[in-house]
Design a protein around this ligand. Structure first.
Ligand code: SF4
Length: 336
């Protein structure tokens, strides 16, 4: 176990039910100058599991996703695919990226307007020099992404497609390499409400049919509610709460998760909590609990012994009942 695992706790970030691990961050740190964008994260995505990584914009979730994809060099810690650590050689990264594919949020930006659908989907096969019948593989990926019959889409260009069809082409471009993990960064945020449900249903179907693992990065807790098996909540570079989606979203334990959920109409059944205090800044992480300057529970008054710990000790991720694991001194189990 790494130092970070000891400090942050690992169990809360682990998949349930003894699933094998598909993708994991082990004590991962990513820094940009003085900014600790990812600050010792333990997170696992199980085989066939959908995990939603949620948090406000700027909390480090996209940087963590890029770290998990091997797109940024970590300042510390490791990424594992299956039980194997990512080897950061050119060949190691290329092999890893065949198995762990990124689905970007803006299909218009991620598709070359001059390329046909066929060329867009075949690109990954050519980059990775995949042998076999290219036509068959492209057609199969488009079908799995719900573009049927696939031949009808081969010669179309992005501007001839709807937003939902473009997102399906992006997903087909990932599927063509037969990955076992998709990392989807805000996969439906640029789509109309009517199409969002279709793309989420597609991700659920791909998990069921292909056994894919999916890490969905989103600021939208309603989306997490609709799709995720497990939720991990991130604040200022750290995971502060994890657990089965229904448990975390229906009875959050961490004050930050409670505040996020209080303004989500689908799942929020509590008084809206406005977060005040300093805007989070990863280059100036507060001492003690990093959420303390904005914590409504601390501001409302906690017992003196807890307050002293909030001010001086960074809370570890520990069991907090009902499958939750949280990083908060208020929910820490009593010392034996
Ligand atoms: Fe709030 Fe203290 Fe819990 Fe941090 S440890 S979230 S400051 S109560």
């Amino acid at each position: 176990m790494t130092e970070d695992a000891r400090a942050a706790g690992t169990a809360g970030a682990a998949p349930d039910g003894g699933r094998p691990v598909a993708l994991a961050a082990r004590g991962l740190h990513v820094r940009f100058g003085a900014a600790r964008a990812v600050d010792g994260v333990e997170l696992e995505v199980g085989a066939g599991e959908i995990v939603a990584l949620v948090g406000e914009s700027g909390c480090g979730k996209t940087t963590l996703a890029r770290g998990l994809l091997g797109l940024v060099r970590p300042a510390g810690g490791t990424v594992e695919h299956g039980s194997r650590p990512l080897v950061r050689t050119k060949a190691g990264l290329k092999e890893f990226r065949r198995h762990v594919q990124l689905v970007l949020q803006d299909p218009t930006g991620s598709l070359n307007p001059r390329h046909t659908v066929y060329e867009a989907v075949a690109e990954g096969l050519r980059v990775h020099r995949v042998e076999g019948d290219e036509w068959e593989r492209v057609a199969g990926a488009l079908s799995r992404a719900g573009l049927r019959p696939p031949e009808r889409f081969f010669l179309r260009r992005p501007h001839e497609l709807s937003g939902g069809q473009r997102q399906r082409v992006v997903i087909a471009g990932a599927l063509v390499l037969e990955p076992d993990v998709l990392v989807a960064d805000e996969p439906v945020s640029s789509l109309d409400a009517s199409v969002r449900g279709e793309i989420l249903a597609l991700l659920l179907r791909l998990r069921a049919e292909l056994g894919l693992s999916v890490l969905v990065v989103t600021h939208d807790l309603g989306l997490a509610w609709n799709i995720a098996d497990r939720v991990a909540v991130m604040y200022l570079g750290r995971i502060v709460e994890t657990g089965p989606a229904a448990d975390v979203l229906l009875s959050p334990r961490h004050p930050y998760t409670k505040a996020l959920l209080s303004v989500v109409p689908e799942v929020g059944r509590m008084e809206p909590v406005l977060l005040t205090g300093e805007a989070p800044d990863p280059s100036r992480i507060p001492a003690g609990c990093r959420f303390r300057p904005r914590c409504p529970a601390y501001a409302a008054g906690v017992p003196a012994d807890v307050a002293a710990r909030c001010e001086t000790v960074s809370p570890a991720v520990l069991p907090a009942g009902d499958g939750h694991h949280t990083a908060c001194h208020l929910t820490e189990p009593a010392a034996p």
